[in-house]
Design a protein around this ligand. Structure first.
Ligand code: PEP
Ligand code: MG
Length: 580
């Protein structure tokens, strides 16, 4: 019988295939006592499982170092390898096997519970979070003990054709997700996860249809069930009948055709039917992402989220390490703009090595994050500013400051930028004296009181992810309130329109670098509001370019103006549908 369940659509597209249930190994652990004579064999079994898990991680690490792989994964895999060889995890279960004659799985789970309890007691939120990694590593070893390796293999369908696998899991780590690339996994669904979870981010970067936050999908599905993942609507269709299947096959073929046609757009200029030129720029996290940027010939890097250089490590990247990273991106873009955002740490992005990290609490999204943190820790900020300034000698670098709300924050940041420049002049190090300084508009206060920003800064970039979070008071990482996180709320759209109109009237370039810019449903709306610079994940650029090529900017203006006057989101959504 056909039935559908819904979750959060985090990666667009359609996948049709057979369910592959990734079991929740920790829930299925056998507990028994060994006979004395079986103890040595059990120790060998445990060692073999650790070795198998290590080999799996090593092979994943190799796959993850390909230039096309999402760069954050390498650090996750390294972290998991480190945990895997931690004596607390390797040695203690051996003691439990020898002294209490527990079977290996049971011994390992007991020790994991001890380690997790220790992590939970940490004040440092970064360390507390790492308990998830411990659990994932133990789960990998348990799978090896149970003879169910985590690595998936492709298989053939009943009629001999290769079939897509749809991975169905309670939760997935980014390390698991990387396997999907080489095995051509069709799609995946998980019970847990929000739209900004790492798993969702990896899925988007690999262009695999995915639905997360489904709550109870896994218990309803059997291995080999026929499934359709509709990553655009956030739907999972189980056991579809022939009519639905045919409808989705047609949709899927049409989407694939579209995607391959789009590749031809790589070198086309992004301009509307009435000749308005649009700049399509890329968001990156690490220099390794430049391969994707090049593949779509982006007009620039509109947002370099530098905090990723600070995450998942025990030390801080010093000025020289940062300089090399920024310089490599500046050089790779060969004169196209590269917008480097200063450290936007805090909220869901943590770096344990930073001084005062324990102060980034207890409501992190409203706390000491981004520019607030940098002004509180000027030495860290100055080192980064010097690194960015030095890189400006090697390309067209622009400096972007996140989360500004007060004019005084702009003033203080500008003073520190001047200080960094003076230090470089004294040290006879070269930089672009005319480097442009911009601010992110992502706090409603900044959008509503834009005057000082217009007078003191060279450009603006609207961070819609946070602007929506702060305008609607919705935690962007919390799946429980995800249904209220709505870019089409009239308050959000009015703020975006206000910033674009006011900024451009004052002669500043204004871009959008939040997820809205890469959402094809929003392209006409943003064009009609007057947006001319879009920055998004490189994988989204060609689809947005295609929308731009088919739009008439002048005709959109009166329609969008009418839409902006609606008071209800539903009316806006209806009007948005008619913009096509
Ligand atoms: C945003 O807030 O829209 C943005 C682009 O920044 P981040 O997602 O890194 O907070
Ligand atoms: Mg932001």
């Amino acid at each position: 019988m056909t039935f559908s369940i819904f979750g959060l659509a985090v990666s667009q597209g359609i996948a049709i295939g057979r369910a592959h249930l990734v079991s929740h190994a920790l829930l299925e652990v056998a507990q028994y006592q060994l006979r004395d004579k079986d103890v040595p064999a059990e120790l060998v079994r445990l060692d073999a499982a650790f070795a198998a898990a290590k080999a799996e991680l090593e092979s994943l690490r190799e796959e993850a170092s390909a230039p096309s792989s999402p760069s954050e994964l390498v650090v996750f895999l390294d972290l998991h390898t480190m945990i895997l060889s931690d004596p607390m995890l390797v040695d203690e279960p051996r003691v439990l096997i020898k002294e209490r004659r527990c079977n290996a799985e049971w011994a390992l789970v007991q020790q994991m519970q001890q380690v997790v309890a220790q992590f939970e007691a940490f004040d440092d939120p970064y360390l507390r979070e790492r308990k998830q990694d411990v659990v994932q590593v133990v789960e990998r070893v348990i799978k090896a003990l149970q003879g169910k390796p985590r690595k998936l293999t492709k298989r053939s369908g009943k009629d001999g054709r290769d079939e897509d696998l749809i991975v169905v899991a309670h939760d997935l780590s980014p390390a698991d997700t990387i396997q999907f690339k080489n095995l051509k996994i069709g799609g995946f669904v998980t019970d847990l996860g929000g739209a900004t979870s790492h798993t969702a981010i990896v899925a988007r970067s690999l262009a695999i249809p995915a639905v997360v936050g489904m709550n109870h999908a896994r218990p309803l599905i059997q291995d080999d069930d026929l499934l359709i993942v509709d990553g655009t609507r956030g739907a999972l269709i189980i056991d579809p009948d022939e009519r639905i299947l045919e409808e989705y096959r047609l949709k899927k073929t049409a989407l694939e055709l579209e995607r391959s046609k789009r590749k031809r757009l790589k070198t086309a200029k992004a301009a509307t039917l009435d000749g308005v030129e649009i700049s399509l720029q890329a968001n990156i996290e690490l220099p390794q992402d430049m391969a994707d940027v090049k593949a779509v010939d982006a007009d620039g890097v509109g947002l370099f989220r530098t905090e990723f250089l600070f995450m998942n490590r025990d030390d801080l990247p010093d000025e020289d390490e940062q300089f090399e990273a920024y310089k490599s991106v500046a050089k790779a873009m060969g004169g196209k703009p590269v917008t480097i955002r200063t450290l936007d740490i805090g909220a869901d992005k943590e770096a344990k090595a930073l001084r005062g990290a324990e102060r980034i609490q207890p409501n992190p999204a409203l706390g000491l994050r981004a520019i607030r943190y940098c002004l509180a820790e000027p030495q860290i900020f100055l080192a980064q500013l010097r690194a960015i300034l030095r890189a400006s000698h090697y390309g067209k670098v622009r400096l972007l400051i996140p989360m500004l709300a007060h004019a005084s924050e702009v003033d203080q940041a500008l003073v520190l930028i001047e200080t960094a420049k003076t230090q470089l002049r004294n040290a006879k190090l070269k930089f672009d004296e005319a480097i442009e300084i911009g601010g992110m508009v992502e706090v409603p206060a900044a959008a509503l009181a834009l005057g000082p920003f217009l007078r003191k800064l060279d450009f603006l970039s609207i961070g819609t992810n946070d602007l929506i979070q702060y305008t609607l008071a919705i935690d962007r990482t919390d799946e429980a309130v995800a249904h209220l996180y709505d870019p089409l709320h009239p308050a959000v759209l009015r703020l975006i329109s206000l910033v674009i109109q006011t900024g451009q009237r004052a002669g500043l370039s204004v871009s959008v670098c939040g997820e809205m810019a890469g959402d094809p449903r929003m392209t006409r709306l943003l064009l009609g509001i007057g947006l001319r610079v879009f920055s998004m994940h490189p994988a989204q650029i060609l689809e947005i370019k295609q929308n731009i090529l088919m739009a008439d900017a002048a005709q959109l203006v009166p329609k969008v103006n009418r839409l902006l006057r609606f008071e209800e989101t539903e009316k806006i959504r209806e009007a948005l549908g008619k913009l096509a």
